[in-house]
Design a protein around this ligand. Structure first.
Ligand SMILES: NC(=O)c1ccc[n+]([C@@H]2O[C@H](COP(=O)([O-])OP(=O)(O)OC[C@H]3O[C@@H](n4cnc5c(N)ncnc54)[C@H](O)[C@@H]3O)[C@@H](O)[C@H]2O)c1
Ligand SMILES: [Zn+2]
Ligand SMILES: [Zn+2]
Length: 397
């Protein structure tokens, strides 16, 4: 077996590089992972969550091997893996979960208690997430393989839909979870903040859940056009104007039933200040634009430390929220990592049975591993694309 491996490495704010890295072992430091497998990576996606680190907006240290959105072929199984076999084509939930702790047993795999010594929850290639090596690589190790992996029923059939199935590792379940936790159902009116890949995945999910009207807001016209391409209404937030007035012009009502924040802490102000960061703006809009009794799904990421924040409070993740308004309207808020495992199987079936075209909706763009630095730069520049790397050239384009 080849001992060579290459991966995308965070070098410092604004810089990533493709470098030689160690071939994975069935271990993390001294921690043995006989319950793990080695994957030959088939596809691995760049995520807005990676961008927070690459922009220098987290405490991530240079040298970190990036990548938590992984689909791969099993090439080696540890001694304790019983059901996953070499040759299986699998989707990897970005959350790493032991399957044994109290939270895992309740299906809350985003806050597993055993995989990260410093806090609940872990992920591949991510700051504060347990030190697991990322998967924007040729090969990667996945622990607790029997529990974590979703095996595609037929590898050849899956390869035909791999541009869609690659989105099961994170953004499709994440967008769907945002909508479920916002209470979206048949006939709902929904506002989705952010038209990045997660926002577009949430918009598709809202449609899949039966929403009557889905409105997507962003400042990037190209991304809004992407949302319109599959039937969403859009709000261009570079334009002046009260958001409630603009929602009323679409719905005939000033509030929505459900609100999903697909932006997170690097949010920008609306209107003439749209170049300026305003970390609490989406959360404040959520409380003013959601009907009393409505629910607010918050997949957008908020941090406990932001070295790049504009003021001391925000540097510790403390934001200026008008929480009393949410309280007065009896809002429910749902935050945190998406527990991917709760959704990936049904969403896989929706893809395989042709019920949803998620890759087209988020505009998947296949690139090579060597094109990663350009992919990161273009994505950071606001391209209306979801960049998916194909490290071994295994996907026909
Ligand atoms: N909870 C989870 O499990 C999970 C999983 C994946 C991603 N995320 C997070 O979801 C968020 C979105 O991810 P992405 O890949 O789509 O990122 P992205 O950076 O591509 O998209 C964010 C979008 O928000 C827009 N935006 C900025 N301010 C806005 C505002 N006030 N109103 C509306 N839109 C605004 C930006 O123009 C951009 O298009 C990130 O914070 C990411 O970390 C969370
Ligand atoms: Zn992601
Ligand atoms: Zn666990």
């Amino acid at each position: 077996m080849s001992a060579a491996n290459r991966g995308v490495v965070y070098k410092g704010p604004g810089e990533v590089a493709v470098e030689s890295i160690a071939y994975p072992e069935l271990a993390l430091g001294n921690r043995k992972c006989e319950h793990g497998v080695i994957l030959k990576v088939v596809t691995t996606n760049i995520c807005g969550s990676d961008q927070h680190m690459v922009r220098g907006r987290t405490t991530a240290q240079p040298g970190l091997v990036l990548g938590h959105e992984i689909t791969g072929l099993v090439v080696e199984c540890g001694r304790d893996v019983e059901f996953i076999k070499p040759g299986d084509l699998v989707s990897v939930p970005f959350n790493i979960a032991c399957g044994r702790c109290r939270n895992c047993k309740e299906g809350r795999t985003g806050i597993c208690l055993n995989v990260n010594p410093s806090r609940p929850g872990a992920a591949y290639g991510y700051v504060d997430m347990g030190g697991w090596v990322g998967g924007q690589t040729e090969y990667v190790m996945v622990p607790y393989a029997d529990f974590n992996l979703l095996k595609f029923p037929d590898a050849d059939q899956a390869m035909e839909k791999i541009r869609d199935l690659t989105l099961l590792s994170d953004i499709f379940p994440t967008g769907f979870h945002g909508c479920v936790t916002a209470g979206v159902g048949p006939g709902s009116t929904v506002y989705i903040a952010g038209a990045g890949p997660v926002g577009l995945a949430a918009a598709v999910s809202a449609q899949l859940l039966g929403a009557a009207c889905v409105i997507v807001g962003d400042m990037i016209e190209e991304r809004l056009a992407q949302a319109r391409s599959f039937g969403c209404e859009t709000l261009d937030l570079t334009q002046e104007g009260d958001m409630a007035d603009r929602i009323e012009a679409i719905l005939g009502e000033r509030e929505v039933d459900a609100f999903v924040d697909c932006v997170g802490f690097e949010a920008h102000a609306c209107g003439c200040n749209h170049g300026k960061e305003a970390p609490a703006t989406v959360l404040n809009s959520a409380m003013s634009l959601t009907r009393a009794g409505g629910q607010i799904g918050i997949p957008g990421l908020y941090v406990t430390e932001d070295p790049g924040a504009a003021d001391d409070a925000a540097r510790q993740g403390a934001l200026s929220m008008r929480f009393g308004l949410g309280w007065a309207k009896s809002h429910s808020f749902h935050t945190g990592q998406c527990p991917v495992m709760q959704y990936h199987r049904p969403l896989m079936q929706a893809i395989l049975f042709g019920k949803v075209n998620i890759a087209d909706a988020v505009n998947v763009q296949m690139i090579t591993l060597d094109q990663a630095p350009q992919g990161y730069a273009d994505f950071d520049g606001g391209a209306a694309k979801k960049f998916v790397m194909d490290p071994h050239g295994s996907v026909a384009v």
